[in-house]
Design a protein. Structure first.
Length: 298
């Protein structure tokens, strides 16, 4: 591959991971649209902040991916010879370290510029939220993921923050349904990190990277993976009275989640787990679609 080519940058951005950041925004928008119809007759929902929330999520996900690519290679965690996951841009030599530094700076600035107008919709508190997103985007790879804190960050920044903030910039309030949905969404998306770290548990341990999977061990990590999907669907039953389809449709996701869990158990080690990573990403998107559709269908 030609160094620093367009194809190299596309692969460095990891487009398959973008479903993970789209799902929480999708769920937040579904609640906002539905509650707007019920409470304000459809006049409060605005499409511009909806698009800005989605764009901000996309840019920050790409930023996090580039930071992860750069720092894991710089620290020696990504060794192309022993790596089990998909090839990474810096480790493979597709992108130079200097070019990656400039790209990280550029995507961070673009993310800030995209998120800045949300202050006019959600208030100055959005400035604090945006700053925290940027800070923890760096802290995840450089520090926290090495100390079993990655799963907590996923719960917060792929669950609570995007779902609640997407809703808040629309209606300037929060409900218990939105808060619960944000936690359940974080659990579902954490399954992607769990299977990634499950695949890399041996190489992470050798590199001194203590993920939650490394701490828990194989059996309990597999149980936790299963738990994330089951807990998300069981928690969603709380919506059954007012939004029955939001409780029932995600059961489609649960069937897929359990099937992937069984496959992970069977494979257990090696590059074959990459297919389970792809299936988990697909399952997350199915969860987002079914939950959002269930919320909107009255």
């Amino acid at each position: 591959m030609k160094q620093n080519s367009l194809k190299a940058w596309v692969l460095a951005a990891r487009p398959k991971t973008l479903t993970g950041c789209a799902v929480p925004v999708m769920i937040g928008l579904a609640w906002a649209w539905t509650d707007d119809q019920a409470l304000f007759g459809g006049f409060a929902f605005r499409w511009l902040p909806a698009v800005l929330c989605l764009l901000f999520a996309f840019v920050m996900q790409i930023d996090a991916n580039l930071i992860n690519d750069f720092y894991d290679y710089a620290r020696g965690t990504d060794d192309q010879a022993t790596r089990l996951g998909p090839a990474r841009a810096c480790a493979s030599g597709w992108v130079t370290l200097d070019a990656m530094k400039h790209a990280i700076a550029a995507t961070t600035v673009v993310g800030c510029l995209v998120g800045l107008p949300l202050i006019s919709y959600g208030g100055l508190e959005m400035l604090l939220v945006g700053a925290l997103c940027v800070v923890f985007c760096f802290l995840y790879t450089t520090l926290l993921s090495y100390h079993a804190m990655g799963d907590v960050l996923v719960l917060v920044f792929f669950g609570v923050v995007p779902v609640c903030c997407t809703y808040y910039v629309q209606l300037h309030t929060l409900t218990w349904q939105v808060a619960l949905s944000s936690l359940l969404c974080g659990l579902v998306i954490d399954a992607l990190l769990l299977v990634n770290n499950f695949r890399d548990r041996d190489t992470d341990r050798d590199a001194g990277k203590t993920t939650l999977v490394v701490k828990l061990g194989t059996r309990r990590s597999l149980t936790l993976y299963l738990f994330t999907g089951v807990a998300a669907c069981m928690g969603g039953m709380a919506f059954a009275c007012q939004h029955p389809m939001a409780a029932l449709l995600p059961l489609i996701y649960l069937v897929l989640h359990i099937a992937t869990w069984l496959k992970i158990k069977q494979i257990d080690h090696g590059r074959e787990l990459n297919s389970c990573l792809g299936e988990t990403a697909r399952n997350i998107f199915v969860y987002g679609l079914t939950v959002a559709a269930g919320i909107v269908i009255l």
